[in-house]
Write a protein that binds this ligand. Structure first.
Ligand SMILES: CC(C)(COP(=O)(O)OP(=O)(O)OC[C@H]1O[C@@H](n2cnc3c(N)ncnc32)[C@H](O)[C@@H]1OP(=O)(O)O)[C@@H](O)C(=O)NCCC(=O)NCCS
Length: 196
């Protein structure tokens, strides 16, 4: 069936401090060191054996073949290096919606504004180019930084999935947030800007 909404186009999006471009196999080399903080904050449980480097390279190399998701590498323009990734996935063509996720690897890439800028860039693409109606996400209770970023760009809290994650023996709530095209059209990622 012909899709009306598609991520077949894999764009390069230029910002001020970050550039987003399609992921590629060589990006895997930039995230080989363990990042336990990122694992925890994204709720990524260790899997027995895990993926081999070759399997991860193959995953990145084949993302261009998938019209139902968009995986972009976040490049720090100051260094030209891979800092992490932003993803639009779980595309629901009938309802013009998808899920959003982001991960910047290692503390050197965090708390410098890169995540906020990358999120605004990919949302602009989602609403203004792809034509999505809704983008949603989940953020864990123990991740107030991510929640702050999402609020800053206009995601609105919808509700809580109680005790959705078990981490180190504790149950953690997951908060659901979303942003709609009509909201984006009003503030374009700056809902807190003072009215002029
Ligand atoms: C979440 C993430 C994408 C945010 O990107 P970032 O570049 O680190 O964040 P930014 O520097 O753009 O913005 C951080 C904001 O959170 C605020 N912040 C930082 N720590 C905070 C905390 N503990 N509580 C509340 N707010 C916090 C900062 O002050 C800033 O807000 P401000 O601009 O209003 O001052 C990034 O840190 C990341 O990838 N973390 C690891 C994986 C992860 O958490 N992914 C998201 C899963 S839902």
């Amino acid at each position: 069936m012909q899709r009306t909404i598609s991520f077949a186009d894999k764009p390069t999006l230029h910002g001020t401090n970050v550039l987003l471009r399609p992921v590629q196999a060589s990006d895997v080399a930039a995230s080989l060191e363990p990042d336990h903080e990122a694992d925890r904050l994204t709720g990524t449980h260790p899997t027995p054996g895990g993926l081999s480097v070759e399997q991860r390279q193959d995953w990145y190399a084949t993302r261009a073949d998938h019209a139902d998701r968009l995986d972009l590498a976040v490049i720090d323009q100051a260094t030209g290096l891979y800092a992490g990734e932003v993803v639009l996935n779980e595309l629901d063509d009938d309802n013009q919606s998808c899920n959003f996720r982001i991960c910047l690897f290692y503390s050197r890439n965090r708390n410098r504004g890169l995540g906020t800028e990358a999120t605004r860039l990919i949302l602009a693409h989602a609403f203004e180019t792809v034509g999505l109606h809704r983008v949603d996400l989940e953020v864990y209770e123990f991740n107030p930084r991510a929640r702050r970023v999402y609020e800053k760009v206009g995601f609105v809290y919808e509700g809580t999935k109680r005790q959705a994650l078990r981490w180190d023996g504790e149950w953690i709530d997951a908060h659901v947030m979303s942003i709609l095209a009509e909201e984006w059209a009003v503030h374009r990622g700056y809902p807190e800007a003072p009215a002029s």
